[in-house]
Write a protein that binds this ligand. Structure first.
Ligand code: GLU
Length: 277
């Protein structure tokens, strides 16, 4: 049985782009009498507002995109993310990073040929190269740090990997595509990458559907799933809705929020027609 999920962050109301993502996930599940789950990606509590949980549910219901079961909140899952982080640490694929954003930027500016990925410059590996004595001194001194994935060690531990995308076919994993990503932020102790992998396994998601802007992240997720002994889901990276200038729809496109459309008298049928493939 196919099980999919829609995973919005309650940091704003739904706009057409979200509604499209929800519809893709719902339709795939329904094509197999499967289940469509709702998960709130709310770990970044500095940006989350309580009213948006209900607002998002209200928008989904209005659109007829009903989900199965009780929505999962990632803030209720912090212990599970911690446990996964410990496993990864024990596997020797993490290192602590003490860098500030500013230090990273100046290191990148200083380096000739700093590594780049699809989303811009990659972390230049400063703390990976830190002598062990220096690392120990910083830890003992209580300096705040994030945990980064050592992509090279991770790849050595997993060997070659791939994933199946229902639209794009089999993709070979490039372990270095996003570099040594952060798995636990200094401020919140976890990250999108870690939480999404842990929860997709926990909720037994068989097919992960999301925008193709997150395709690069899937390379990291396959590494993490393998290191954590989780099952491999199939993927469907769908198109991302854009405005007339080609920019990805985002919170700032208030005029395209489902609520504004609804209150402006647009019908569900009209909205759904805009979401047709
Ligand atoms: N919260 C993410 C988004 O809104 C979804 C991430 C995912 O589906 O993995 O784009």
């Amino acid at each position: 049985m196919i099980r999919t999920r829609f995973a919005p962050s309650p940091t704003g109301r739904l706009h057409l782009g979200h509604a499209y993502a929800a519809k893709v996930a719902r339709d795939l599940a329904r094509s197999d009498s499967g289940e469509f789950l709702l998960r709130f990606e709310d770990i970044d509590t500095t940006r989350v507002r309580e009213e948006f949980y209900q607002g998002i549910e209200e928008d989904l219901r209005w659109l007829g995109l009903e989900w199965d079961g009780v929505p999962l909140r990632q803030t209720a899952r912090l212990a599970a993310y911690d446990a996964a982080l410990k496993t990864l640490e024990q596997r020797g694929v993490l290192y602590p990073c003490f860098c500030t954003r500013r230090e990273i930027d100046s290191e990148i500016a200083r380096m000739a040929g700093a590594p780049h990925g699809p989303e811009g410059p990659l972390y230049p590996g400063t703390c990976k190269r830190l002598p062990l004595s220096e690392r120990a001194a910083k830890l003992a001194g209580g300096l705040p740090f994030s945990w980064r994935l050592d992509a090279e060690s991770a790849a050595a531990a997993t060997g070659p990997l791939s994933f199946l995308d229902l639209l794009h076919g089999i993709q070979e994993v490039d372990p270095g595509l996003l570099g040594d990503v952060i798995l636990a932020r200094k401020d919140i102790g976890t990250s999108y990458h870690l939480a999404v992998v842990v929860d997709d396994a926990y909720q037994q998601i068989t097919h992960v559907t999301r925008g193709e802007d997150l395709l690069a992240s899937t390379h990291v997720h396959r590494l993490l799933q393998t290191l954590l002994g989780f099952p491999e889901p199939a993927y469907l990276h769908h198109r991302v809705l854009t405005d007339e200038t080609g920019k990805r729809l985002a919170k700032r496109h208030d005029s395209l929020s489902i609520r504004v459309l609804r209150e402006g008298g647009v019908s569900v049928e009209d909205v759904m027609a805009r979401l047709a493939d």
